[in-house]
Design a protein around this ligand. Structure first.
Ligand code: NAD
Length: 515
């Protein structure tokens, strides 16, 4: 009997054993820094001359690994391997497919601190953020495996006398998995295994700044017993390999997580029929956010300030769910703002391998430049309260930045910055605050801090986001507990870690037999 699902607990690093465990993981990772990783196509390892070099964002000199880079020919080869493997994998029993995920979860759990330490090195995640990413990857494996067991026999439908009707979910075909760097283990693994456990075969194209952790995950899936050709590993340029695969006639679906602009491009390209294509491609797209926390006049103001600070600056604000807008009802505005500034000034910005670091670097030079340019815009659009400076001499470090008195229509209130910057706007009353909260094109997460039950109800109905939280921050959704995905330009509201997520990778077949 499979045990009921429970999310993986977060590690308490105050415990000496866990602390030691993480440090041992770090040593293991340091032992393999700079190695080469191959493509995996139909079970074969293929090395290319051209490599993606993954660097430590805290220390640009340190190479995490060199990963072979697929071109169009290799992408085509991988597509053919996936098409071939689909013929057999789709018929493998759902229980057997689920077992691969259960075993992969066990392997990652055993190597938990090593994976977290790798996330610290490759993505710049402080200990607790890295630990949460690894835990979420384990959760996706455990949760989707159980979901598959739940839906494997289809859904009952009515039958009349002498008639036997069935409604079964069958896989779609070959899927392209395109993942972002900000949850380089959890989202990459979650989107990959949801497609695999449902009987599809995939081509995985990870983000170019975090390909090593993806390569390690592919090894885990092989060790867990996944047959050759089911998971093909094709790191490469989004523009070259990404477009080619999205356009391909044999692509049945695309599961994308990333920015709004790339998501829109994929959605549009996938809608065009390629020669020889005989289906409408399905697109699962999880895109950006511009997430708001609203503070009511009748709120626990200390809770509000703590939650805004943690949601804005955890992992340097590089979460699609991060709080980048704080909308405060005017009679408590100054109090909340000043307290957030105080708390922000206490945050330690440093190398994330140091246990006491709260915030590490941002992703790369491109992210650094983009965030710094938004900070300049923010200085024009509002009052800089703290932060505003960056240093990219060794790694890409930007101070947590608070900008006050910003117009709700200002650019830093509307555009996704994806960095440690939060803008404050004043609202006349709670209704006005909700109006501001809804005034972007996004709709991913939001939070309301209030003691007013009527206002909670109002927000429940009118705050238009996929994930709405009350009296807590707006980050930190847990698989199976707070299924995650947004409205409007935040994507197709495909709720990762939710009860209906697997169905997005399947199609329902009705059969009817007369006796
Ligand atoms: P990105 O859009 O730049 O890249 C995402 C992936 O798309 C990468 O693997 C990239 O190589 C690939 N890509 C780029 N061009 C492509 C093309 N033409 N065709 C196919 N693939 C292509 O995003 P990012 O910088 O890696 O991640 C940050 C973004 O992701 C933010 O906007 C964030 O809000 C969003 N995000 C959303 C969620 C969610 O669940 N909604 C979760 C995490 C991140």
């Amino acid at each position: 009997m499979v045990q009921p699902y429970k999310h993986e607990p977060f590690t308490n690093f105050k415990n000496e054993d866990h602390r030691e465990g993480y440090l041992t993981g770090l040593k293991t990772v340091e032992g393999y820094l700079g190695q080469d990783y191959d493509l995996v196509i139909g079970g074969d390892r293929i090395s290319t001359e051209d490599k993606i070099v993954s660097y430590n964002p805290s220390n640009k000199e340190e190479v995490i690994g060199r990963v072979s880079k697929a071109n169009r020919d290799l992408a085509e080869k991988a597509m053919q391997a996936a098409v071939e493997a689909f013929k057999t994998w789709r018929k493998v029993k759902p229980e057997t497919r689920a077992d691969v995920l259960f075993k992969a979860a066990a392997i990652i759990r055993r190597r938990k601190h090593e994976f977290s330490a790798l996330l610290t090195k490759e993505a710049g995640k402080p200990w607790n953020e890295a630990d949460a990413d690894t835990a979420e990857a384990i959760d996706f494996l455990e949760f989707y495996a159980r979901q598959m067991l739940r839906i494997k026999d289809g859904v009952p439908v009515e039958s009349r006398p002498n008639e036997y009707n069935r409604y079964d979910y069958i896989p779609l075909g070959v899927g392209i998995i395109i993942s972002p760097w900000n949850f380089p283990l959890a989202i990459m693994a979650g989107t990959t295994v949801a497609a695999i456990v449902t009987g599809n075969t995939v081509l995985l194209k990870p983000a170019s700044t975090t390909p090593v952790v993806a390569a390690k995950f592919v090894e885990v899936m092989e060790e867990a017993g996944l047959p050759a050709g089911v998971l093909n590993f094709v790191p490469g340029s989004g523009a070259e390999v990404g477009d080619y695969l999205v356009d391909h006639k044999d692509t049945r679906f695309v599961s994308f997580t990333g920015s709004r602009d790339v998501g829109l491009r994929i959605y549009e390209r996938a809608s065009k029929l390629s020669e020889g294509q005989i289906w409408l491609k399905r697109v699962i797209a999880e895109m950006g956010g511009k997430d708001t926390m609203v503070v009511d006049s009748d709120a626990d103001l200390e809770l509000a300030a703590q939650a805004i600070t943690a949601s804005a600056f955890g992992f340097s604000g590089q979460k699609c769910s991060a709080c980048s807008r704080a909308v405060i009802v005017e009679d408590v505005y100054d109090q909340v703002l000043n307290r957030v500034v105080e708390l922000t000034n206490e945050l330690k910005l440093d190398d994330p391998t140091d246990q006491s670091t709260f915030m590490g670097p941002v992703n790369d030079q491109g992210a650094f430049d983009k965030i710094m340019s938004y900070i300049e815009i923010g200085k024009e659009e509002g009052r800089l309260m703290t932060g505003g400076e960056g240093d990219s001499s060794k790694g890409y470090f930007i101070k947590p930045t608070v900008i006050a008195d910003v117009d709700p229509q200002a650019r830093i209130m509307q555009e996704e910055i994806f960095g440690p910057v939060v803008a404050f706007a004043k609202a006349k009353d709670f209704d006005h605050a909700l109006e501001i909260a809804n005034n972007t094109e996004y709709g991913l997460t939001g939070a309301v801090i209030t003691r007013n039950r009527e206002n909670i109800q109002k927000a429940r109905e009118d705050f238009h986001v996929g994930n709405l939280y009350f009296n807590r921050g707006c980050t930190g959704a847990i698989v199976g507990y707070q299924p995650f995905g947004g409205f409007n330009m935040s994507g197709t509201d495909s709720k990762a870690g939710g009860p209906d997520y697997l169905m997005l990778h399947m199609q329902a077949k009705t059969t009817s037999e007369m006796y």
